[in-house]
Design a protein around this ligand. Structure first.
Ligand SMILES: [Ca+2]
Length: 341
């Protein structure tokens, strides 16, 4: 093959790749990333962001930071750090637009964040799917700022929601001698930190996919998974290192070999939808009549089948397909072909 012909073939391949990328599904990531290595900071946002950034099959058109697991500033700095680390590995990832530092209804007057304006602009350019890994404040703010563009949101994939009466109790039967007999209990924080935003998004009419605790509890990421992840490059090595304290807390205080990778599941719903069994449920934001924890404030409840009180049909991913668990694990550990090389 002549040198000229080889150059032309490479150029054609690059053009094809660029064309495929421009036609790829447009994704917006909203995140309360907290993977700084602190013992009680859940690194799952960073695992989700890594999986989305590294896939090459989607086009990340924007990223925004929101308060949640940590403050908005720390979340944004974490995302910026990830962008730098990913760039070092040759993976493009945009810097995060600053978003909300507190719930929408507690902002007086409501602040107009760069995140909501940038999301409106991205919606004005073309339809997109939002992966919502934290409280829905930025999404609700954008819906308020540019209501005529809400129809451009193809779908929101949101980490949250539960069935009535369901308590998030990760130890389950893993720690029979735990203090008080149950070990830690988690809240549905992405909903509870901004209930009004959750309610606004739910009632907006935009297609919504819930990725609840009930799904995440069906997969544990272990130390061996983090070992494999760390081999994928400097960015992965950083995130894996910053996940070790979280893993250690799960092993010591929850009694499990691994941790439930909550936000990673939302990334996986985008990247490997065949890994999941998702059904239509009916959801609403209201008080849970079966339990009075946390002052019995409103929460996002879904019901299967409809229970007569729920209002809105939405997609809810509840379990894995036959090989789904391994497909999701491989988003972190790398594909089997990669492992074999
Ligand atoms: Ca999160």
């Amino acid at each position: 093959m002549s040198v000229l012909r080889a150059i032309l073939l490479v150029a054609a391949a690059l053009l094809l790749a660029a064309a495929a990328q421009s036609e790829a599904r447009r994704i917006w990531i909203d995140s309360d990333a907290a993977c700084d290595g602190a013992a009680r900071h859940d690194p799952d946002d960073c695992l989700a962001v890594y999986a989305l950034a590294a896939s090459g099959e989607i086009r990340i058109v924007g990223v925004s930071s929101v308060f949640g697991n940590v403050g908005e500033t720390e979340s944004r700095e974490t995302l910026h750090g990830m962008a730098t680390a990913l760039a070092g590995d040759g993976i493009a990832f945009p810097n995060a637009f600053p978003g909300a530092g507190k719930p929408f209804h507690r902002q007086a007057p409501p602040a107009e964040s760069e995140a909501q304006l940038a999301l409106c602009q991205a919606l004005d350019e073309a339809p997109l799917t939002v992966v919502a890994l934290g409280p829905l404040t930025n999404i609700a703010a954008a819906m308020t700022a540019c209501p005529d563009l809400t129809g451009q949101i193809e779908r929101i994939v949101f980490v949250g929601g539960r069935r009535e009466g369901h308590v998030f109790h990760p130890a389950e039967d893993a720690m029979p001698r735990a203090r008080l007999g149950h070990g830690p209990i988690f809240r549905d924080l992405n909903v509870e930190l901004d209930r009004d935003a959750a309610s606004q998004v739910l009632t907006s009419g935009v297609a919504l996919t819930l990725v609840p605790y009930e799904l995440a509890r069906k997969l544990e990421l272990t130390g061996a998974d983090l070992d494999a992840f760390a081999e994928r490059g400097a960015a992965a090595d950083d995130i894996a290192a910053n996940s070790r304290n979280w893993l250690a807390w799960w092993q010591a205080d929850v009694g499990r070999e691994g941790f439930y990778p909550f936000d990673l599941m939302a990334a996986a719903v985008i990247l490997t939808p065949e890994a999941f069994v998702c059904v239509t449920s009916h959801a609403s934001v209201r008080r849970d009549a079966m339990i009075s924890l946390f002052g019995n404030l409103r929460v996002l409840l879904f019901a299967l089948p409809p229970d007569g009180t729920a209002t809105r049909p939405i997609e809810t991913c509840l379990t894995f397909s036959h090989n789904g668990r391994e497909l999701v694990r491989q988003l972190i550990t790398g594909s089997q072909e990669e492992s074999a090389t």
